[in-house]
Design a protein around this ligand. Structure first.
Ligand SMILES: *Cc1c(COP(=O)(O)O)cnc(C)c1O
Length: 380
């Protein structure tokens, strides 16, 4: 089964995004805004640790069935009160997104395909019985937060302001039902280049013991539960000396799916590139989608297909598969240097296709290469 292309998310991503000027000011800063001193901010910007430090504000909105979405605001970044019986703490009604704001050489600030993230947040929300946030409100939350905290968008090569929109059921009560009250928020973390001093190939454990997602489950939604389900296998893989886990499909236990938070690609000696098809248990990455389009634009045969793991190992050993890489917003592209599995190990070389994909994608994101697909969205 192969998803039609363009996919629903890709279609939504090409809808005209409301310009920053038209959505600006929906999330307003209150009087309690209490930004850091320039000196304290500088300290953070000198030592950016991905996801560990956050900008001065956070976007916030509330939803109830009666009122719909209300109270869009920029609040000072900080703890939020939550009822101990809140739905999210017990039943994990939650979805999230991840995207980056990039500063170009001329000082302007841009997002990469934010309407893809808007559509995916809505799709994830639908699956988790959460209300959809209109794309315009999503865009507004990003634009307002980035503009308020623009000093946190790094100027260093490879740096970005990582944005984490999320939505959760904060309604009180242990009854098992969709929360009657929902909160949407965005936090932002300045981050340095993921790779310093060139690519670092990762070693991946392919598990036959655990699955990430099953048919009819929540694998295609960007939701915390999928990550919670992956933590133990991740720990066990780490203990074996592997950085991350790759999952196989839960039905045949044979076909490659994805890592805990990244999609995977296989490059073959004959030039073909393959990635697991979107069967409903894989999270559809924006990076995955962009890479498929970029490679096809170069005339390459890119197949979304099922990739049998045993056959893949044979093909790697026979030299038929020459490169593999994982991809996602945070790391962009990560070469896979080794696959470990019960009973063996195979190594892979780092190759030109991986490097080309990385250079091309980051070239577009940082404004060094022409944006032929119209993927970039100007915030500032
Ligand atoms: C977010 C995510 C990805 C990558 O998506 P991008 O849009 O490329 O960042 C892949 N797999 C999972 C499970 C994810 O949660």
């Amino acid at each position: 089964m192969t998803a039609p292309r363009p996919t629903t998310l890709e279609d939504a991503a090409t809808l005209p995004a409301p310009t920053a000027e038209t959505v600006l000011g929906r999330y307003v800063k209150g009087e309690d805004s209490n930004p850091r001193s320039a000196a304290d901010r500088e300290k953070i910007m000198q030592n950016m640790r991905f996801g560990a430090e956050f900008s001065d504000h956070m976007a916030s909105a509330r939803w109830t069935a009666d009122t719909g979405w209300t109270e869009p605001k920029l609040l000072p970044y900080g703890p939020i009160p939550l009822d101990p019986s809140a739905n999210v703490l017990h039943y994990a009604q939650e979805v999230f997104e991840g995207l980056k704001a990039y500063r170009h050489a001329d000082g302007s600030v841009w997002l990469f395909r934010p309407m893809f993230n808007a559509a995916r947040l809505a799709a994830s929300a639908r699956r988790m019985a959460l209300p959809e946030l209109p794309a315009e409100d999503f865009m507004a939350s990003l634009v307002d937060l980035i503009r308020a905290d623009q000093e946190y968008v790094p100027s260093v090569e490879g740096g970005s302001l990582y944005l984490r929109p999320f939505m959760f059921g904060d309604g009180a009560g242990l009854g098992i039902r969709p929360s009657e009250s929902v909160r949407y928020m965005v936090i932002a973390s300045p981050s340095g280049p993921y790779f310093t001093g060139g690519f670092a190939p990762v070693h991946i454990w392919v598990t036959r013991e655990y699955h990430r997602a099953g048919p009819g489950g929540i694998g295609a939604a960007k939701t915390g539960g999928n990550y919670a389900a992956s933590l133990l296998s991740q720990l066990e893989a780490k203990a074996k000396g592997y950085a991350q886990v790759c999952y196989l499909d839960a039905v045949q236990e044979a076909n490659l799916e994805e890592l805990g938070g990244m999609n995977v690609f296989v490059v073959r000696k004959d030039g073909r590139v393959q990635t697991p098809a979107l069967t409903g248990t894989i999270l559809e990455g924006g990076t995955r989608s962009s890479i498929i389009q970029l490679l096809r634009g170069e005339g390459r045969d890119v197949q979304e297909t099922s990739i049998n793991f045993d056959k893949l190992v044979e093909d790697i050993r026979a030299g038929e598969v020459t490169e593999m890489f994982a991809c996602g917003t945070a790391a962009v592209v990560t070469p896979i240097g080794k696959l470990g599995f019960e009973g063996g190990e195979v190594e892979l070389q780092q190759g030109d296709v991986t490097q080309w994909v990385y250079d091309t994608l980051t070239g577009i994101q940082y404004g060094r290469l022409e944006d032929k697909h119209g993927w970039m969205y100007r915030v500032l």
